[in-house]
Design a binder for this molecule. Structure first.
Ligand code: 13P
Ligand code: SF4
Length: 306
C-alpha cells in the first residue's frame, strides 16, 4: 500500500497538514509537511491556514495545537500516544505543590497536560527554557516542572535555585553513562550531543546540551565529522538526511538497545495517519474553560520566543 500517496490525496481534499516531531518513524517524517521540535510544532500550529492538523507526535503536542488553534480540527494518529513526563505530573498534585510555595512564578515544560498548563505562568520548551527563565529577575522565586533534569540543568547554567518538581522522561533517563563513555573512547573525535532531559551524570560528560532542534543545528555547524547523539534515536533520520557526509552514532540505553525509542511516539504509523485523516478521528478535544486558561502561558511563551 502506498500510504504516502493516499495520505497526500486526502490531505489535498481536506485542506489538511501533517506535522511530525523528530522522534517519529522515518516514514512519517518523510510524508509530513512540517517536521520539527516541540516549539516549532506549536509555532506552526498557531499560524497554519489548514482546516485540519494531523499531529504526529504525542498527545500534549496535539493538545497544545488545539489550544492555540481552537477553530481547527486537530487529529492524532493514536490517542494512546501519551508521555511519561506529562504523566509524572498530575494536575491536582501539582496544584498542592504550588500552594506550598506562595509568590513563586510557575514555569512548566510544554510536556504537560492542559490542566497543568492552566496552573502555569509561562510554558517553555527545551529550546527556549534558558532564555525564558532569564527574562525573570534573578531574585524572583520560581517553580519549574515537571522535568527535574531539565530544571536542574537550567538552574546550573543560569545560576538559579528554582524549586523543581521531581518528574522525568523514561526515554532520556535510560541512557547509560557507562556505554556513552565507551563510545567516547572508541570515537574520541565525536562530540557528545545530549538532550537536557537526560540525567546530570550524562549531561556532565557531554560536549553540547540542547533541544532536538538545537542538536540538529549544532551538528550542521560543527567542524566534526561524527557525533554521538544522546536523545530519542528518531532524530538520527533527519540528521542523516540533512548532513549526509557526517556520521551519527546513537547512544545506547541501559537495557542495551542501540536505538533508544519513545514507545509512545512510536505508536504512530503511516496506516494510522491515513485512517485518522480518512475518518477524522481520534480528534483532540479540550474543554473550553480549561483551554482559555491554558492558552495564556503558551501564548506568553510564543511571545517571548520571537
Ligand atoms: P524537543 O523537541 O523540544 O527537544 O523535546 C523533546 C521531547 O521529549 C518531546 O517530547
Ligand atoms: Fe515524553 Fe520522553 Fe516520549 Fe518525549 S521522549 S514524548 S518526554 S516520554
Amino acid at each position: 500500500m502506498d500510504w504516502g500517496k493516499k495520505i497526500d490525496e486526502l490531505k489535498k481534499q481536506k485542506n489538511a497538514i501533517i506535522m511530525a516531531h523528530y522522534y517519529q518513524d522515518a516514514a512519517i517524517q518523510d510524508i509530513a509537511d512540517y517536521v520539527g521540535d516541540s516549539l516549532a510544532l506549536a509555532q506552526w500550529a498557531a499560524k497554519t491556514q489548514a482546516d485540519i492538523i494531523v499531529m504526529c507526535g504525542v498527545h500534549f503536542m496535539g493538545e497544545t495545537a488545539k489550544i492555540l488553534s481552537p477553530d481547527k480540527k486537530v487529529l492524532v494518529p493514536d490517542v494512546q500516544a501519551g508521555c511519561s513526563l506529562a504523566d509524572s505530573c498530575p494536575a491536582d498534585a501539582f496544584a498542592s505543590f504550588i500552594e506550598k510555595y506562595p509568590n513563586h512564578t510557575v514555569i512548566s515544560y510544554v510536556n504537560t497536560t492542559a490542566a497543568v498548563k492552566a496552573l502555569t505562568d509561562v510554558v517553555v520548551t527545551s529550546t527556549n527554557a534558558k532564555s525564558i527563565v532569564e527574562t525573570f529577575p534573578k531574585n524572583q522565586p520560581i517553580i519549574f516542572g515537571p522535568d527535574y533534569n531539565l530544571g536542574n540543568y537550567i538552574n546550573q547554567v543560569t545560576g538559579r535555585n528554582m524549586v523543581l518538581w521531581n518528574g522525568g522522561c523514561h526515554v532520556h533517563e535510560k541512557f547509560s553513562v557507562q556505554k556513552i563513555k565507551e563510545l567516547k573512547k572508541q570515537y574520541p573525535d565525536a562530540p557528545v550531543l545530549t538532550h537536557p532531559e537526560c540525567k546530570q551524570e550524562v549531561v556532565e560528560i557531554s560536549d553540547f546540551v540542547g533541544s532536538t532542534a538545537a542538536i540538529l543545528n549544532y551538528a550542521g555547524k560543527s567542524e566534526a565529522k561524527r557525533f554521538i547523539v544522546v536523545t530519542e534515536c528518531g532524530i538520527l533520520h533527519k540528521m542523516r538526511q540533512q548532513y549526509p557526509d557526517k556520521e551519527f552514532i546513537a547512544a545506547p540505553a541501559i537495557d542495551g538497545s542501540a536505538c533508544n525509542e519513545c514507545n509512545y511516539m512510536r505508536l504512530n504509523t503511516l496506516e494510522k495517519v491515513y485512517n485518522c485523516l480518512l475518518h477524522e478521528t481520534p480528534e483532540v478535544i479540550v474543554d473550553k474553560e480549561l483551554a482559555e486558561k491554558a492558552v495564556k502561558p503558551i501564548v506568553k511563551m510564543l511571545e517571548l520566543s520571537r
